[in-house]
Design a protein around this ligand. Structure first.
Ligand code: SF4
Length: 364
C-alpha cells in the first residue's frame, strides 16, 4: 500500500523512515506551495482555518501522485482541529478520491482506540518487537531533527557568513535521512550538533532573543510562516520556538503533565482550555518575559479562535510584564514583504527598548 502524511517542517524525514521500514511505499508530501493553498482553498469551506486548507491541498497532491492511505493526527479540545481528519476524508471522498484515512487521535480519552489505530500500521509479517524497534529508530531521527533545529536557531544568530547555518542544516537533514543502521541513528543527535558547530560564528555579538508562539502548524511549517526562524536568525536574532513535533507528541501521548508549568503561568489570565495552543501562547509569553527575552512573536492563522482569544489577553500580559508582542496573522493573502517589514519594525523597537533599559551590549 502507498502511504502519505502531512508535511510539517522536517518531520517527513522520520515519518518516511518509519513507513518505509514497515514495508510500505511512501509518497513523500511535497513542501507546501502556492499551488497547495490554491487547491486546498478551492475545496475547503470558506470559514476553514489556513492549516485545514493547506493540509487538504497536500492530501490532494499526494493522492494525485498515487497515495492509497493517509496517516494523520487528530486533535483535542474545543476548537476545529478535532474535526480536521474526518472532514478532510469526507471532502476528498466526495470529490471521488478512493483511499484509506488513518487518524491517530491523542490517547487522552480512549487509550484502547489509540493502540488499535496504531496497530493498523503494523503489517502482519512484522512482529511487535520489530515494529517497536522501527518506531524507536524513527523517534530517534525525529529527536535528532528537532534538537538540530533548536541548535541551528542559536548558531544562526552568530554566523559570520549569512546563510552558512541553513546550508549546514540542509546537509545534516541529508545525513539524518540517509542513516539506516541502529548505530548510525543513535549517533545522529551528537553528529548533527557537532556539524552545526563547524559554522564560523562571531560570539562577540549580543543578539536579541525572541520567543515564537502560536498555533502548532503555522509555528512548525516554514512555508506557513515565511521561514520566520531563518529570517530572524539571519537578522541576527536568537529564536526560541515554543513547540516541536517531538514535544507535542510526548505531551499528548505519555507525558501529559509536562506542560502544566505553562498552564500554571497562564492561570491568572486564562484558566479555561480554549483549544489549540491558546493557553500555551499566554503562559509561554509570561515565561519568556521572566526568562529575560526581548520580545515574543505570535503566529496566528486567520480565523484561529484560540489564537484570537490569546491575542486579546496578550495585550494585558505585554503591559504587565513589559514584553513587546507582535502578532502575525497568516492567511492566503499574506505577503512575504509585509511580514518582513513588520518584523523589521518590531526589531527596531526591541533594539530601542534594550538601549533605553541600558542593557545594550549585555550578552543575553
Ligand atoms: S488551533 Fe486554530 S487553526 Fe488550528 S484548528 Fe483550531 S482554530 Fe483552526
Amino acid at each position: 500500500m502507498k502511504f502519505s502524511f502531512p508535511h510539517m517542517g522536517t518531520s517527513h524525514v522520520a515519518f518516511k523512515y518509519l513507513l518505509e521500514n514497515l514495508g510500505y511505499e511512501v509518497i513523500n508530501p511535497p513542501t507546501p506551495s502556492k499551488k497547495t493553498i490554491t487547491l486546498g482553498a478551492r475545496y475547503s469551506p470558506e470559514f476553514a482555518c489556513m492549516p485545514f486548507k493547506v493540509l487538504l491541498g497536500t492530501y490532494m497532491e499526494v493522492l494525485d501522485k498515487g497515495a492509497e492511505a493517509i496517516v494523520t493526527s487528530g486533535g483535542i479540545g474545543p476548537c476545529r482541529a478535532g474535526f480536521y481528519g474526518v472532514l478532510h476524508e469526507k471532502i476528498l471522498k466526495d470529490m471521488g478520491y478512493d483511499f484509506k484515512m488513518i487518524i491517530l487521535d491523542p490517547p487522552l480519552y480512549d487509550i484502547k482506540e489509540f493502540f488499535n489505530t496504531v496497530s493498523l500500521l503494523r503489517p502482519k509479517k512484522i512482529g511487535w518487537r520489530g515494529f517497536i524497534n522501527v518506531v524507536k529508530d524513527s523517534w530517534a531521527k525525529l529527536c535528532a531533527l528537532d534538537e538540530m533545529e533548536k541548535e541551528a536557531n542559536l548558531v544562526r544568530a552568530y554566523e559570520v557568513n549569512k546563510g552558512d547555518t541553513t546550508k549546514k542544516v540542509n546537509e545534516i537533514i541529508e545525513v539524518i535521512d540517509a542513516a539506516s543502521t541502529r548505530k548510525e541513528i543513535m549517533g545522529l543527535q551528537e553528529k548533527s550538533i557537532s556539524m552545526l558547530h563547524e559554522v564560523p560564528q562571531n560570539k562577540l555579538r549580543k543578539p536579541l532573543k525572541i520567543g515564537l508562539i502560536g498555533e502548532i502548524y503555522v509555528v512548525i511549517e516554514p512555508f506557513m510562516n515565511y521561514d520566520i526562524e531563518r529570517l530572524l536568525g539571519e537578522m541576527g536574532v536568537i529564536v526560541h520556538r515554543s513547540i516541536y513535533v517531538t514535544e507535542y507528541t510526548r505531551h499528548t501521548i505519555w507525558d501529559r503533565k509536562a506542560e502544566d508549568y505553562i498552564k500554571e503561568a497562564a492561570k491568572p489570565y486564562l484558566e479555561l482550555m480554549i483549544g489549540g495552543h491558546g493557553v500555551n501562547s499566554v503562559g509561554e509569553t509570561i515565561l519568556y518575559a521572566q526568562d529575560g527575552y526581548d520580545g515574543v512573536i505570535q503566529l496566528a492563522p486567520f480565523t484561529c479562535i484560540p489564537e484570537i482569544v490569546s491575542k486579546s489577553i496578550l495585550v494585558k500580559v505585554s503591559e504587565d510584564y513589559g514584553i513587546p508582542v507582535l502578532t502575525l496573522h497568516i492567511d492566503e493573502q499574506t505577503g512575504e514583504a509585509g511580514i518582513r517589514t513588520r518584523i523589521e519594525a518590531f526589531l527596531d523597537l526591541l533594539h530601542q527598548k534594550r538601549s533605553l533599559s541600558g542593557k545594550e551590549g549585555m550578552a543575553k
